[in-house]
Ligand binder design. Sequence first.
Ligand code: UDP
Length: 317
Amino acid sequence: MRILITGGAGFLGSHLAEAWLDRGDEVTVLDPAADLKVRHLRANPRFRMIRESVLHRDILEGLVAWCDLVYHLAAVVGVEHYVGDPYQVLTVNINGTQEALTAAFRHQKKVVFSSTSEIYGRNPAVPFDENGDRVLGSTLIDRWCYATSKAAGEHLCFAFRRMGLPVVVLRYFNVYGPRLDQMDRGRVVTIFMGQLLRGEPLTVIGDGTQTRTFTYVDDAVRATVAAGLSPDAEGQAINVGSGEEVAIRDLAQRMVRIAGSPSRVIFVPQEAVYDRGYEDIPRRVPALRRMHELLSVRAEVPLDEGLSRTIEWFKRQ
Ligand code: UDP
């Protein structure tokens, strides 16, 4: 098959590209970012990267016409962007999704859209069932612009679905692994990683009782490939995650233990890290029935094992 991955030079996209290449398929990545995360794929004749934005209509159109399946991953992701540049988040995530879907509709190509567990917001009813409510804060809190942009993307997907386009929406729950982000940047695992490897204290925000379920990237990729192949998944929103809920202070302690690092765990107030526009989510846990039944995929990598692989990878960098 010919696979187009918008945003394919990012963390998840680079692993997804690798998985399709391993299956023997052809992969084109459309991404304006540097090729750092896919450089190791460049020698493969079935791989190509086009360094352009998904908002470049002519190029997008040509690539959608070429492919058999579109993975639309292109998005601005990461809390520092939600609170730092909400305009960019909204523009790329909403307009980019509309462009991708419009092109796919014109050429009648199936789309797998990467959404997020963030869209459930701080709904207290965990685990989050796919039909569950979105509980978001005020638009004066910038954090919510990401959830809002992805929810708009989902609505666009389902609008195109009504017009007959095959679409699948995947809601990822804190995916992590090698190549996640630069150390000290992006998401909690990479922020802790930098601190850990320098032997500095790990900065847990608040009291650290807020929880997440982290998904090792290989598990997320197996679900993502299955979503592209399975007719049962079409028209659905599906959580992609694991059942292992962990408090952030426990995550910090585990990373210290696994790395054998002299780092301590300290607690810092929210304002010390994000000066404004931030609001934390107390618990985030997925309902997994759809992933298990529609995609026939279960998360297999326990958190300790995934953290150990990830720490090893960052140490080698
Ligand atoms: N977090 C933390 N210390 C940090 C960065 C993040 O304790 O230096 C916490 C953050 O408050 C949140 C969790 O880790 O509760 C996950 O944050 P992340 O930014 O990775 O993504 P989120 O799951 O909130 O979208």
